[in-house]
Design a protein around this ligand. Sequence first.
Ligand code: PDD
Length: 279
Amino acid sequence: RITYVNGDYLPESEAKVSIFDRGFLMADGVYEVTTVIGGKLIDFPGHMARLKRSLGELAMAAPAGEEEILAIHRELVRRNELDEGLVYLQVTRGAADRDFAFPPEGTAPSLVLFTQKLAVLERETVRRGLKVASVPDLRWARRDIKTVQLLYPTLAKMEAKAKGADDAWMVDDEGLVTEGSSNNAYIVAGGKVVTRPLSHSILHGITRGAVLALTASTGIELEERPFSLAEAKAAEEAFITSASAFVTPVVSIDGVPLGTGAPGPVAARLRELYIAESL
Ligand code: PDD
């Protein structure tokens, strides 16, 4: 695989960053994941807009202009002959002597990208549906910023797997579901799609935005409001969205089957519509 590191296209064996990089030492960095289908980048402008927002919220300098970042994505897709998969992008505050204060002005941000081959359209999880397990949401309070602080979501996913589930749904102190370990969470209740409104509590998913726009155009009723774990367990169906999962059904929560216990029709419809729109 060819990767991109601070201006250079390099084979992965030569792709290296400093041990003083603040991403490595302090998780002082942000990232984006853009899906690729048929060599085409899905929802790219949305990912760039969110990157800009994450950088702004952390007072981090942009490593390159949007046009240049798009060109790097395309060049990596081309060089790696990537048909289906994703492009990962990470920006950190750069390499500097370890200090909790930001590094001196002029320290160059660091920019790395790589591609990953991945089946996106055909997935076993879509056919069988995901089992999720609830865990307390112990992340920091600015989950709207897409930082590389992914330790807790990793632990949450491992805890869910240890319980025989595929993924975790995180629950706040009030018993309300925030989101999945790396995806947004939805239920279908009373025939309506219900999902938590945007705030600092969840990541503003790019796929979420696209899928919610689709509900409006197809007459599927939508309620943006928090929902509890108890309500979710009694829901007709549930699903998640993310760049790589698109829309993927959830069939059980903490071992409680939802509806018929099979992937639901609303999730299937939204997945179909999202794919049709994206290709
Ligand atoms: N995760 N919520 C969280 C906590 C996420 O990490 C993600 C994305 C999402 C969905 O956002 P989007 O639709 O923009 O992908 C929601 C990416 C895919 C990842 O970490 O791999």
